[in-house]
Design a protein around this ligand. Structure first.
Ligand code: NAX
Ligand code: ADP
Ligand code: K
Length: 477
């Protein structure tokens, strides 16, 4: 599991650790890790031209000390002081002592740089870059040099992943002690490039529950349902799908395609798309209206391509877990969801989430973490917010929000959400808790898309077909 922590948590842990260490020891650990990563990116340090963008806080201090280390290995290092006179005093002295210099013309050194260390702000920065730093960040980006962010790209919000104004666009980020939550969430995640964690000994001082967690292969393998020798189709779980309409029969087919590959022992379909479903999947069990007469199911999926067809109220009335997606989310009443005896999992994209929260879509896209938490609180349900980084929040605010690490923008294709809801509903029916079903579903879905896409366009149907391969990949040590 990859864990993300808030600034407040990181600062508290740093405080505890610093109290046990000699003055400055922590910053030296950070600078050593940063210099090693910089050397790795440069390949050859001797003769390389390195520029440090140095803000007025400790983030600039890290950059200055790392710069001193690189000078000692033969690099030419120039510091650009964003607010001259306010740079980290001891760090600047160390750089100058080693033989580094302060740049006379920032733009000249940036134009010739091989590597730029962004030490403008770290976890102490707020509200996008200040105007005096903006042209320097742009020049670094346009220079052709590799841009390595110190702790996080300056200008992004460390806690939320929001980017309020301009921010540094990094090729890579070296983060100290723990992932900051913002590094795992778009849009900041995209600004950070490849993120490397440098251990500075913070581990024992961090709380057991992080703010954010990202599953990795081993976690997913552990959660996936595997039929025991004595299993039968009913014990594996039966998932019911209420989806599709005369207008969107394909959504029924795609949701069933996902459901058949999610670990349930059988898929029941109820709705206007029976003919299309059976034509494509003879293994699906189709039933007439209403869902309550379809026989036993362990979880329902309702909503994909449903249009105005009925189904949501009927399914929410049941006493088994229900996943509500797409058209099923329209006008969904929080009181109805809260009154349910079994768990509910909502899977909106940003537009649907915005409608449920009564805000603009852009607001959800810019504040994904806060939005998914707000929706989970409003509905007392687990919420999976789809999009560039899929987030899954439990209704219990003390639990970490899950962030999906496997997504790919090739998934932004019509119908891929229908596959996700079928798949995730199937995992629910197989017995996974909603937070696990949502995060495991998103993980396999993203991985399947990557495996089948290999950087080319994919269809939703391709994604469904690649799900067994993604499952196998995840469980193969
Ligand atoms: N606290 C610790 O124990 C350690 C901290 N370390 C480093 O220290 C950083 C935190 O240092 P600080 O608390 O000094 O804070 P920062 O260095 O992140 O930023 C604070 C400074 O940036 C300025 N600033 C704030 N917002 C800005 C903006 N939008 N544009 C331009 N300037 C802005 C502020 O005026 C302030 O002077 C971490 O991110 C990490 O890099 C590491 O050395 C590891 C140890
Ligand atoms: N930019 C993106 N990067 C990664 N994944 C994305 C992106 N945009 C959409 N997705 C994923 O694609 C799927 C689209 O689902 P949805 O919006 O419901 O579309 P549809 O209703 O057409 O199926 C979701 O799994 C979502 O997380
Ligand atoms: K930085």
């Amino acid at each position: 599991m990859r864990l993300g922590y808030s600034v407040e948590t990181v600062r508290a842990a740093e405080g505890e650790l610093m109290a046990r260490l000699p003055e400055g020891a922590l910053m030296q650990r950070a600078a050593a890790g940063l210099a090693a990563a910089a050397a790795g990116l440069l390949g050859r340090v001797y003769g390389a031209r390195v520029v440090l963008l140095v803000g007025s806080g400790d983030n600039g201090g890290d950059a200055l000390y790392a710069g001193a280390r690189l000078v000692r290995r033969g690099a030419g290092v120039s510091a650009v002081l964003i607010t001259p006179g306010r740079a980290h005093t001891a760090g600047l002295a160390a750089l100058l002592r080693a033989g580094g210099r302060v740049a006379d013309d920032p733009y000249e050194v940036l134009a010739a740089a091989d590597l730029v260390l962004d030490g403008i702000t770290g976890i102490g920065g707020h509200g996008g870059l200040r105007p005096d730093a903006v042209p320097l960040a742009r020049a670094a980006h346009g220079s052709g040099a590799v841009v390595l962010a110190v702790d996080l790209p300056s200008g992004v919000e460390a806690d939320t992943g929001e980017v309020g104004g301009e921010a540094v666009r990094a090729d890579a980020t070296v983060t100290f002690g723990a992932y900051k939550t913002g590094l795992l969430i778009d849009p900041a995640r995209e600004y950070a490039g490849a993120v490397r964690l440098v251990d500075i000994g913070l581990g024992p001082h961090l709380p057991s529950v992080p703010e954010l967690e990202a599953l990795q292969h081993a976690d997913v393998a552990h959660l996936l349902p595997v039929p025991a020798a004595e299993s039968d189709k009913y014990r594996r779980g039966v998932v019911g799908v209420v989806a599709g309409s005369a207008r969107y029969p394909g959504a029924a087919v795609l949701a069933v395609a996902g459901a058949l590959r999610g670990g349930a022992g059988a898929v029941r379909y109820v709705g206007p798309g029976s003919d299309a479903v059976i034509a494509r999947f003879p293994e699906a069990l189709v039933h007439g209206w209403p869902p309550s007469k379809a026989g036993r199911v362990q979880a329902w999926v309702v909503g994909p391509g449903l249009g105005d067809s009925p189904g949501v109220d009927e399914v929410l009335d049941s006493d088994v877990p229900v996943l509500v997606d797409a058209d099923g989310l329209r006008g969904l009443d929080p009181a109805v969801v809260r009154a349910r005896s079994a768990p509910t999992l909502l899977t909106p994209h940003a537009g649907e989430a915005a409608a449920l929260l009564g805000v603009a879509r852009e607001e959800v896209e810019g504040t994904r973490l806060a939005s998914v938490r707000a929706l989970a609180a409003k509905y007392g349900a687990t919420v999976l917010l789809k999009g560039s980084t899929t987030l899954v929040a439990d209704p219990d605010p003390r639990r970490a929000v899950r962030v999906n690490p496997t997504g790919t923008s090739w998934l932004a294709t019509a119908g891929s959400g229908d596959v996700l809801s079928g798949l995730t509903g199937s995992l629910l029916a197989a017995g996974l808790a909603p937070l696990d079903a949502g995060s495991v579903g998103a993980y396999l879905h993203g991985l399947a898309a990557r495996l089948v896409s290999r950087d080319a366009p994919v269809s939703a149907h391709d994604v469904a077909t690649a799900l067994p391969q993604a499952w196998r990949d995840t469980t193969t040590p």
